[in-house]
Design a protein around this ligand. Sequence first.
Ligand code: NDP
Length: 479
Amino acid sequence: MEQRTKLLIGGSWTEGHDRFETINPATEEVIARVEEAGPAEVDAAVRSAREAFDNPAWRDMDVHRRAELLWRLADLVEQNLPAIARVETEDNGKPLFESSKVDIPFVVANLRYYAGWADKLAGEVIPVSGPFLNYTRREPLGVVGAIVPWNFPLNLASWKVAPALACGNTVVLKPAEETPLTALLLGELALEAGFPPGVLNVIPGRGRVTGQALVEHPGVDKISFTGSTETGRIVMETAARTLKKISLELGGKSPHVVFADADLEAAVRGVITGIFYGKGEVCAAGSRLFVEESIREEFLARLAARAAKTTIGDPMEATTRLGPLVSKAQYERVLAYIESGVSEGARLLAGGKAATVEGRGYFVEATVFDEVTPDMRIAREEIFGPVLAALPFEDFDDAIAQANDTVYGLASGVWTRDVAKAHQFAAAVKAGTVWVNTYNRYDPGSPFGGFKSSGFGRDLGRQALEEYTQTKSVWVSLQ
Ligand code: NDP
């Protein structure tokens, strides 16, 4: 599979107004120079998506055929999985273990899941007064602008592209500047799968240039965005000018609560993956840990010992579990948070330092802080790195109060053998996802999204179909 570096617009690979470099964060070397879409190219992409939307080749395509195309795209991603996983790892720094065993297989499963929905988007017949037949149609929105971040580049792209296409929309996909490569591979494979030109356009570029132009464009019907809360706010303000529909999946500071009656070994493992999977660059990372007092000391000692063993290394090595952060900027940001934790008086139990592999790369050790207080920055702000903040709690009510003491509400975790306590927690916590005796579980069928400042709208599951369709009510006189 050839690595394209141009823009995919209307089925052709075209030049942008500028170029930017994408860097391998493990080696600090340039992997590729990628074309950037400026306002003129964004306009061309949106126009081609509009033409494709109005073209009978897509608009009137048999729904079973649409399902087949998505399924075919899934097959092509699967056939090319090892190569795609390597590109993802080079571009993002995540261990190959994660790209090849989790992230890219999820893309395949997700495409197949939404292939399954393409021919099942039924409306309903509604009983109404009078001699009328009233029924609803689920219709696509039109042109969807999908803006995705760098932490799960292809995976998150698929969360938007798969349901949008299954519902009959066309898509303009803007990957993050740090990680544009696998989105371009997806564009190539979509052409090979047989999607008509213009149905999926891929336009890399910087957020403030390409992303901004896409959100401003009056020809875009909907923006589906995943990224930081700060940028989400800008997207919402900008989209308001043209009254675009939007869905936002934003940041988090997810609480992870361990009660004394939990299976402690399993809980330690869960807390470790909850914060160190994906280098902690995960919107749902369990970054605030609450451990019940009676087991606190023992639990934190076991946790710190395990954190210290988290293998930093070349992300291409099968044994590596912690790769470099995505970029120099992110590495500096995370190190500044670690410094703030130390200066504000938290106690380092593990990690806390930058690292390199063969003298290079933006690596940060798996870091655990204890004696964190709720007012510290490391307890309040999304760090987006391998940094865990442990806080004490008194009882169940206090655990809930502290868990909910955040502007965010994306995810949460609880460990207990008490079924009633688990369900009480699930009901009381203000978060879009609750994991009980597990963490970081995802399935294409299960909806994902935020409460509070973590956004609105849902990715995945049947719920995502609501984000990419609109309802039309049809009245037919029976007289
Ligand atoms: P952003 O939220 O800025 O980026 C997400 C996507 O939005 C990227 O494709 C980005 O493009 C694009 N974008 C940026 N500005 C605009 C804009 N004005 N209009 C439209 N699109 C835009 O994340 P950053 O990469 O800047 O990371 C900053 C911090 O955000 C991180 O350190 C992390 O803490 C947090 N973050 C949180 C995420 C989450 O899912 N919760 C995901 C990513 C980051 P481009 O990358 O090309 O600039």
